[in-house]
Design a protein around this ligand. Structure first.
Ligand code: ZN
Length: 262
């Protein structure tokens, strides 16, 4: 598996603070309005840095703008299943017809630079020895960490990786699973304390296409000093994002689902 290791260079702001606050974002899906609103909130929260769990593109109408923003901000990102298909590394044969149409449209619109960028993303990002970041399951970008069987399988993989904490995306549902059996679906904003000796699989929810019935963009902040995960929700201009989907000629279902968060 291609992995990006982020080690502590002293000048890198990612590693400069003893009490690090890290924003985790995922599943932006070409929704620039949502991404801009989330980045604004993150800047106001004074985090040290941001990590992205993939699916920068797919579904919505502004793929280049979203990839540009991730690149310009130097945000480390893993590769999502939509990124792999839009980049042309894989074909969307197992996608539903709507997702497939959107991913092929995205591939046709992406600049060469951005196509290359997506194809070069790693499948896992490791931030020092503090946490790992993946898109889907720990060993497979396309597999959803959902249901007891898959959660337990991923805890076994996590044990073997030497990490106690792994952030994942792909389900578009914010959730916290811990090795003592805690299984929390975070439908609203809220905090979860990271307890000593336990391991955790945590999903920040989706920036660009939430699916838990709350249409606001979702992300989280991990404070490794206070051992605290805080889930955040941000309002954004859904009307503008959905109008862009329609005007781009993308399936209208992709525009309407943004209003209901499904
Ligand atoms: Zn996704």
């Amino acid at each position: 598996m291609q992995t990006l290791y982020l080690q502590g260079a002293s000048k890198n702001p990612l590693f400069s603070s003893a009490f690090m606050r890290q924003a985790i974002i995922s599943d932006i899906h070409s929704n620039l309005e949502a991404l801009v609103a989330v980045i604004e909130r993150i800047d106001a929260l004074e985090v040290n840095s941001i990590v992205c769990l993939g699916d920068i593109v797919g579904y919505n109408a502004q793929p280049n703008e979203c990839v540009d923003m991730i690149r310009e901000r130097g945000i480390p990102s893993v590769m999502g299943n939509h990124d792999a298909r839009a980049g042309g590394l894989e074909e969307p044969d197992n996608f539903n017809p709507i997702a497939k149409r959107a991913v092929l449209w995205t591939r046709s619109r992406l600049s060469h630079e951005n196509l290359r960028f997506l194809c070069g993303l790693p499948r896992m990002v490791r931030v020092q020895d503090r946490f790992a970041a993946v898109h889907g399951a720990i060993d497979d970008t396309d597999t959803y960490i959902l249901g007891r069987c898959e959660i337990e399988r991923n805890f076994k993989l996590l044990e073997g990786s030497g990490f106690l904490l792994c952030f994942f995306g792909h389900t578009h549902l914010s959730s916290v699973y811990s090795s003592d059996g805690m299984n929390l679906d975070m439908h609203t904003s809220g905090c979860v304390e990271i307890r000593q000796g336990l391991s955790y699989l945590i999903n920040p929810g989706a920036v660009g296409q939430p699916r838990d019935g709350d249409p606001r963009a979702s992300f989280l902040v991990y404070d490794s000093g206070k051992k605290l995960i805080t889930f955040e929700r941000v309002e954004y201009d859904i009307e503008s994002a959905s109008r862009n989907v329609i005007e781009a000629g993308l399936p209208k279902e992709l525009a309407s689902r943004l209003f209901i968060g499904r």
